[in-house]
Design a binder for this molecule. Structure first.
Ligand code: EPU
Length: 349
């Protein structure tokens, strides 16, 4: 379906009743009463200076890979489409590169590798945009964005000022940041800079990568090999949103106390758990959901992926409320059996 023809105000293109199905990776139907594409900081300032749009409540949408839309959007949707990939600085200690928030995250990973600047390979194939990456501090295979983060630029949605924030200021945590907390809905990330330390050190501690090393007999893979392995591992167990609508992991892996973990192990000796530095344990939410028998189950048009119970999928024609119903049913059964409340990873609107 074609987006409706935009009405133009100065250089600001406003789309009315814009369909969002193609702008969210779960493929959920919803309409934005008004949508504006943001191609640079100046576009945000134009929106703020606009007589009507300036005061309208706003919703910032990146690649839509971490959002569940359950309703039409009366808010003004700002679709972030800031482009550009560039080298900022190259020294003996590190390479710093900058990407526009609207670039696809995976394109940044591939581009850095093509230029001989490794360091992001464990984060290959994560769907979504560069601008969404810091919001939930994306992570996979033993690495998270915070480990490679330098700084970002964000435009304040009240003052229109561009502010640069460093790693400490972004308050990164496990799938958390300032942008899910105090700054939620208050600013638009327009550019992100990553720091790729030199000399390159591979991150190979994750079980799936250890298995690849054992399988191939290659215990000193180069960055391109790690990239290929990560792509192969992801393709084998995670659905491609271009083919099956999804938002990756639907729940965070829960943290429990050592006592709670021992208690669960007594009842379920196979529970997958990882010790954390602070004495707590992280449990594999996928395992807990799987243990409750959810793999492959369907409610309405939403289902649990057959190969990875942590991923909910669009079985075709799903609406947001069906996804939420399925998610609640999963939360209830995991709580009933293990006494653990699973927390959704995506933003539910
Ligand atoms: N497991 C099951 N059954 C399942 C799913 C998983 O028994 O249906 C077990 C697996 O066998 C494994 C453990 O649970 O022992 C963990 O599974 P996996 O290694 O696939 O990782 P995950 O904890 O499910 C996390 C991230 C992923 C990331 C992978 C790899 C979260 C919420 N998810 O998944 O991130 O790709 O590790 O690092 O932290 C995302 O955030 O969207 C995402 C895909």
């Amino acid at each position: 379906m074609q987006d409706p023809k935009p009405a133009t105000t100065g250089t600001l293109a406003i789309e009315n009743d814009a369909p969002l199905r193609r702008h969210n990776s779960f493929g959920l139907p919803a309409t934005a009463r008004r949508l504006v594409r943001i191609t640079g900081d100046a576009d945000v300032r134009r929106v703020l200076a606009h007589p009507e749009l300036g005061r309208a409540p706003k919703f910032v949408l990146g690649g839509g890979s971490n959002v569940i839309l359950t309703r039409d959007m009366p808010e003004l949707v700002l679709k972030v489409e800031v482009r550009g990939l560039r080298l900022v600085n190259e020294t003996d200690e590190a390479v710093i590169v900058e990407a526009g928030a609207g670039e696809a995250w995976h394109d940044l990973v591939a581009w850095t590798l093509d230029h001989g600047w490794p360091g992001l390979e464990n984060l290959a194939l994560i769907p979504g945009t560069v601008g969404a990456a810091p919001v939930q501090n994306i992570g996979a295979y033993g690495l998270e964005l915070a480990d490679r983060f330098e700084s970002l630029d964000t435009v304040d949605l009240v003052t229109g000022r561009t502010v640069t924030l460093n790693r400490a200021q972004c308050r990164f945590g496990y799938r958390e940041s300032l942008f899910k907390g105090a700054l939620a809905g208050k600013s638009v990330i327009t550019r992100v800079r990553v720091r790729l330390p030199r000399p390159w050190q591979p991150v190979l501690g994750y079980l799936d990568l250890e298995r690849k090393m054992a399988e191939t007999g290659n215990h000193a893979p180069d960055a391109r090999t790690v990239f290929d392995w990560v792509c192969a591992i992801r393709r084998a167990k995670l659905p491609d949103p271009a083919e099956i609508g999804n938002v990756g992991s639907f729940f965070k892996n829960p943290l429990v106390s050592a006592e709670q973990c021992r208690d669960i192990i007594t009842r379920d000796p196979h529970v997958v758990h990882y010790p954390m530095a602070d004495g707590q344990f992280k449990l594999a939410a996928g395992w807990l959901i799987d243990a409750c028998g959810w793999k492959g189950k369907v409610i309405g048009h939403a289902g649990v992926y057959e190969k990875q119970a942590l991923v909910l999928v669009n079985k075709g024609g799903a609406i947001g409320s069906e996804v939420v119903t399925l998610a609640r049913a999963i939360q209830e059964s995991v709580y009933g059996r293990f006494g653990i409340r699973l927390e959704p990873e995506p933003v539910i609107v």
